[in-house]
Write a protein that binds this ligand. Sequence first.
Ligand SMILES: Cc1cc2nc3c(=O)[nH]c(=O)nc-3n(C[C@H](O)[C@H](O)[C@H](O)COP(=O)(O)O)c2cc1C
Ligand SMILES: CC(C)CC(=O)C(=O)O
Length: 359
Amino acid sequence: MTGVLTALHDRAREVLDPVFYDYVAGGAGGERALADNERAFDRLALLPRVLRGSAVRDTAVRLPGAPATAPVLVAPTAFHRLAHPDGELATARAAAAAGVVLVTGLAATTAVAEVVRAARAVDPDAAVWFQLYLQPDPEVTECLVRRAERAGCTALVVTADSPVFGRRERDLRNGFTDLPPGYAAENMRDLPGGPPGGTRPIAMSPELSWDDLARLRAMTALPVLLKGVLHPADARLAVAGGVDGVVVSNHGGRQFDAVPAAVDALPAVVEAVAGRVPVLLDGGVRRGADVAIALALGATAVGVGRPVLWGLAAEGERGVRRVLDTLLDEYDHALALCGARGNADLTGDLVVRRGAGVR
Ligand SMILES: Cc1cc2nc3c(=O)[nH]c(=O)nc-3n(C[C@H](O)[C@H](O)[C@H](O)COP(=O)(O)O)c2cc1C
Ligand SMILES: CC(C)CC(=O)C(=O)O
C-alpha cells in the first residue's frame, strides 16, 4: 500500500473494535484469495514508453450512469457506521468531492436516498450506483430497485458471487455474525414480508439463475452491471443477457479462497467481452500503479474496498478523501512515468510479468 494508505490503515486498526477490524480486513477460508489479490499486482510490472508524454493527462472515463468520471470507484462495502459515526454520508461526500462514483451497498447502515442526497449536496452531478443482492422474493428485489431509482441512483450493480455466505474464519472465531444493536441495514427496512418499521435480513440464495438477472433487466431502465464475474463464459452470458458492464471481482477474497486473484482473471474476461461493455475490476488495488496495470489490461475503471473503510475509520470524510485523492494523484503520476497522455495510451504491451524478462 502507499504510505498514506498504510498510515490510515494503521490508525484504523488502532481505533476500530478489533472484531469489526477483523470483519473488514479478513477473508474467506485460509485467506489465500485475499492475499493473492494484492500479490498478483506485485507480480506485474509496467514497461514505460519514453518521449511521448503530456503535461496534462486525460484520466476521465465514461461509464454507464456516470459520464466523465475518474477511473477509480468506491466499491460497495457494508456497515460504514461501524467504521465512523458519519458512516455512508461521509463516504458519499468524499467520493462526490473527489469526482469518484460511489457504489452504495444494500448492506449500508444509511438509506440509499440519504446517501444520494449527501453526495448531490457536494456535487449535483455526483454519480451514485446501488449494489444489490437479488433477493429470492422478486417482490422484495423490485421494491429495492424502485427505492434506488427514486433515490436518484444512476446504475445498479448486482453482486453474483455470493450464492451462499463465505466462511470467514476470523468472524467465526470472533462471533461476528450480524450488526450490533442500534445499527441496521437501512435499505432492508419496510419491505414486503418484513416487519412493519423493521428490517428484513439480506438473503443469499444458491438458486438464483440467469433468469433472475433477466427479470431484473426487464424491471428497470437503469444500467445494470454484474459484479463478481471471474469465468470468461459468464462474462459472455452477462453481455448476452443485456448487462451494461461486468465487474471482475472475487469479493475481496471474502467469499471463496480457492479462486484466483481478480487481476489474474481480468485478461480472459476482457477478451470474452471484446469491448461490447466496460469491464471493471476490484480487489487488491492499493496504488496508482495498480490502477494503471488494470487499465492497461483492459479494465475501464477499478473499485477500491478496504482502503476506503480504513480512511473512514481513521479520519471520517477527510480520510476517505485522502485515500481517493492519493490513488488518483498516484495514477496520474504513473501515467506520466509511462509516457501516457491519458488512459488510452495504457495498452496491453505495457504490462509484463516481474522476473520473467521482456520480449
Ligand atoms: C467490509 C467489506 C464489506 C463488503 N460488503 C460488500 C457488499 O455488501 N456487497 C458487495 O458486493 N461487495 C462487498 N464487499 C466487496 C467489495 O465490494 C470489493 O469487491 C472488495 O472489497 C474489493 O477488494 P479490496 O477490499 O481489496 O479493494 C465488501 C468488502 C469489504 C471489505
Ligand atoms: C452484509 C454482507 C452481505 C456484506 C458483504 O458482502 C461482505 O461482508 O463481504
